[in-house]
Design a protein around this ligand. Structure first.
Ligand SMILES: [Ca+2]
Ligand SMILES: [Ca+2]
Ligand SMILES: [Ca+2]
Length: 219
């Protein structure tokens, strides 16, 4: 029995070790210490802008997960076209974007084709947004620590990223910036997000406690 327990704990320990070792991965030359979980997981909203976004180029799911442009079979559309002035809101659910405490880039927008800029915003709750500047041709990584004066708090975590296309007069079938992926280089544990059901249970629990306190006080 003891042998089984020792074997099991050794197995769990080695699993944890291999998980940690396997995590850090470079995508298109950019090192992501947390590996595959670093990338945006869910589409919150997508509003293509003007200039023409053809069928298939208007699927916001293509901006989720690891950057896969040129890694997917030929003919596969691996990115989301923004259209001029379009917007895309993505959420990290199995991780979050964190500050690094240094001027190293924390967030990376993988855009494909000729460079087209987007303004980038981050949020902890999906309603209060902090403008963290525009992507630029030379550097598509964004150092969120540089935006303390705009409201970024050292040590804080952010679950949402919003991109607003900055192109003017872009046209065709994939107008505007073409987003392949959005990843948190400074990736942390997800922000706890209790489901409504959990909140209701907690409320019931608190109610019970209040009732119990009242009961014991009356004794
Ligand atoms: Ca993720
Ligand atoms: Ca930073
Ligand atoms: Ca993609």
């Amino acid at each position: 029995m003891q042998t089984v327990a020792i074997t099991l704990s050794f197995f769990i320990a080695s699993m944890l070790l291999s998980f940690n070792n396997a995590a850090a991965t470079a995508y298109k030359g950019i090192e992501f210490p947390a590996g595959i979980v670093s990338f945006a997981d869910r589409v919150i909203s997508y509003m293509p802008g003007t200039g023409g976004v053809g069928s298939g180029y208007d699927d916001p799911q293509h901006a989720l997960g690891v950057p896969d442009y040129l890694l997917t079979p030929p003919g596969t559309i691996a990115y989301t076209s923004m259209g001029s002035g379009g917007s895309l809101v993505l959420k990290f659910t199995d991780n979050s974007l964190a500050t690094s405490g240094s001027n190293a880039p924390d967030l990376w927008v993988f855009e494909i084709g000729g460079f087209e800029a987007t303004e980038v915003f981050i949020s902890g709750n999906g309603s209060n947004w902090i403008d963290v500047g525009a992507t630029s041709s030379s550097m598509r990584g964004i150092d969120i620590d540089a935006f303390e004066s705009s409201g970024v708090l050292p040590g804080s975590r952010y679950a949402y990223v919003k991109l607003i296309d900055l192109t003017v007069g872009s046209n065709g079938y994939s107008a505007g910036a073409d987003i392949d992926a959005v990843g948190a280089i400074s990736s942390a544990a997800p922000i706890p997000n209790p489901e409504p059901g959990t909140m209701a249970l907690m409320a019931v629990g608190l109610g019970d406690m209040a009732w119990w306190r009242g009961k014991t006080r009356r004794k």
